[in-house]
Design a protein around this ligand. Sequence first.
Ligand SMILES: C[S@@+](CC[C@H](N)C(=O)[O-])C[C@H]1O[C@@H](n2cnc3c(N)ncnc32)[C@H](O)[C@@H]1O
Length: 465
Amino acid sequence: MPASGVETGWFPISLRLEGARVLVVGGGEVAVNKGRLLLDHGARIEIVAEALNGIVQEWVDEGLARHVGGRVDDAMLRQVMPGCRLVYAATDDRAVNRVVATLADSLNIPVCAVDDPEPSTFITPAQVRRGVVRVAISTAGGAPVLARRLREQIESWMPEGTGRLAAYMQSRRPRVSEKYPAVQDRKRIWEDFLDGAGAEAALSGDEVRADRTLDQLLTEQKKAGEVWLVGGGPGDPDLLTLKALHFMQNADVVLYDNLLPKVLLERVRRDAELIFVGKQRDRHAMPQSAINAEMVRHAKAGQRVLRLKGGDPFIFGRGGEEIESLVEAGVSFRVVPGITAASGCASYAGIPLTHRDCAQACLFVTGHARADGVLDLPWDDMADRRQTVVIYMGISTLPELMAGLMKNGLPQDWPVAIVERGTQPAQRVLTGTLATIAEEAAAAKVSSPALVIVGEVVNHRVISP
Ligand SMILES: C[S@@+](CC[C@H](N)C(=O)[O-])C[C@H]1O[C@@H](n2cnc3c(N)ncnc32)[C@H](O)[C@@H]1O
């Protein structure tokens, strides 16, 4: 039983098979499919099968495979299996495959019972191949049609010359390492190379032009660091912008806080340094001044710093303060907008933020009280009926907020919705009125992050049939 939080999926690795013995039990069509892949990777195939189909027989005749046994029995398999790097149980009889798999596993040899993940200790992923480049897609053996569909999609956008590009980069590694011994610097050179004309040249096989670009990068001054202030949207990773994803894949250091869903962090480049700057249970949040100093410190050390924020960095995200501190420190920066919680939550909850019939404007306000506990809000503006009011951070002060709106002229039965964890798998939507919603939210134990939407648009909520 895996420990909690441990991923139960299959662990992907790339295995060298050149010259290795691989046992294939079965001599029919399934064995042919696996055998082809194995031969492509230089394996020495040993076959155990009573009958061989035409193709397998040809392999045996041409010396590409060895027919080492007929009927599958325990004694014979025990003789053949030791020394094999892998075993494929590829007969059309599931029970026989399971016997083979059990034996191989007892000998600690990785085994794949074809189309039967349960007794298998490895499975063969769908592959996209371009020269030395392999993209493997696994659905834990449970959805091969989906794996095939994903493979088609990757096939369609992966340039034909990708293998050439990989081979080029491999061959020029020594030159780059010699000039830049530090891993960080080398990464930077290769990323700039991939973003520029050099990659295109290498993809098309024009190594002279590719070398020219690479040489130019190698002789340029080392680049200064910078900060990318990026909005990650409200939680659904499919709502990340292409630009956000690009920066997430290229950052050296990432500063993030507790509002950020884990799934978004999973899209960040694996080897980036992740620095948590948020508040966690009994730990205190890093003060804003310390976050600013941390960004400046890393950027001045030449790193590309990603300040990843939920939603949009300029909407209740303190993005303005952060870039002011960067300007003061002379650090260059870029800002990437994200989908703010109001847009994301309203869309996923089926509530239009404006509507020709009832809401000609939309107001975003914060429900966060000042340090002295006072809600310092533009109550008159908020009580205008021809608009929608979206309240961020309004859960802890919800009773006061609702009471304030009624006191300033909105009726008790004015519609209100709360969207908790909007756009995320655990999204919940509550609807009620100014008079009832605070009680409903308390009863439903609504917690942060949650957004409050006030106005007649809530009555126009539509859910797809
Ligand atoms: C500090 S503000 C940051 C807002 C963010 N910059 C944006 O543009 O969405 C945090 C508040 O945004 C709202 N929020 C952010 N993500 C949300 C989500 N997925 N569902 C509901 N509310 C969300 C909540 O009101 C939360 O308390």
